[in-house]
Design a protein around this ligand. Structure first.
Ligand code: SF4
Length: 261
């Protein structure tokens, strides 16, 4: 079986515990305005401009983003760094794009990683209906589950369609999966008001299994990719946030009893 991905990053330290290899699936059904991997969004191959160096000369050229690989090829790649996973408590993270859009391939990769005793993590935005969700929950060790906004108007304006699926999938994942951490990308103009956090806390109150939240302050990494893809970066000149810009939100979650990572 083959999957379609656009990158494999070794020695990743922000995509779950320990040192990890992150596999970036190609294709996403959402269009977050701040997405720092816009080349991941189309499901097929994408052309992106970049500076190419031939000898001493540089010139602009286009490269193809996205390639297919088999489960065997993927497992061979990720097992190379087993020693780092074992020493750091790390493993393999399946990210994107949206990994649940290739649920069959994902489930097969998870099963094979399990045979290899590798810790696995799914980084998902959750807006996908799939009849493989149960299987994926049972095979994966950890879910990093994005909640961007639970306000229907804001979700529609800044993220896309599928908020009700995000919510119902999270309720299901929290019942079946071993461990879930909520990840909230903190985005100026989208979800920094107290009411935005309150909506998330009120929803999570109905899912007592979830106790941990990670805040991801907005950054501008990837903004240049929009030009290279012939697109407009809709966040404009919005400056990136520092950790101190999200301390208020951190406090609101802590006051509600959550551990904020
Ligand atoms: S869910 Fe992730 S990959 Fe998809 S558009 Fe949003 S930020 Fe980008």
């Amino acid at each position: 079986m083959k999957g379609f991905i656009f990158d494999i990053k070794r020695y990743a330290i922000h995509d779950g515990p320990g040192i990890r290899t992150t596999v970036f699936f190609k294709g996403c059904n959402l269009r977050c305005r701040w997405c720092h991997n816009p080349e991941s969004q189309p499901a097929g191959e994408t052309l992106m401009w970049q500076t190419l160096k031939v000898g001493e000369r540089e010139h602009a050229g286009q490269r193809v983003v996205g390639y297919s690989l088999t489960v065997d090829e993927l497992v061979a790649r990720v097992t190379r760094d087993r020693i780092f996973y074992e020493e750091s408590g790390g493993g393999v993270t399946f990210s994107g794009g949206e990994p649940l859009l290739q649920a069959e391939f994902l489930a097969e990769c998870l099963a094979r990683c399990r045979e290899q005793h590798l810790h696995t993590c799914i980084d998902t935005a959750g807006a996908v209906r799939t009849n493989r969700l149960d299987e994926i929950c049972r095979l994966a060790d950890l879910f990093l589950y994005d909640l961007k906004s639970l306000n229907p108007r804001k979700f529609h304006a800044h993220v896309g369609e599928g908020l009700e699926i995000v919510k119902s999938n999270l309720e299901h994942v929290a019942r079946v999966a071993k461990e879930v951490i909520i990840r909230v990308p903190v985005i100026p103009g989208v979800n920094m008001e107290r009411g935005d956090t309150r909506e998330i806390i009120d929803f999570l109150a109905g899912i007592p299994a979830i106790r941990r939240v990670q805040l991801l302050p907005y950054h501008r990494n990837g903004a240049d990719k929009y030009t290279r893809l012939g697109k407009t970066y809709e966040m404009g000149d919005t400056p990136g946030l520092k950790q101190e810009n999200v301390t208020g939100i951190k406090t609101w979650f802590q006051e509600a009893g959550y551990e904020v990572l």
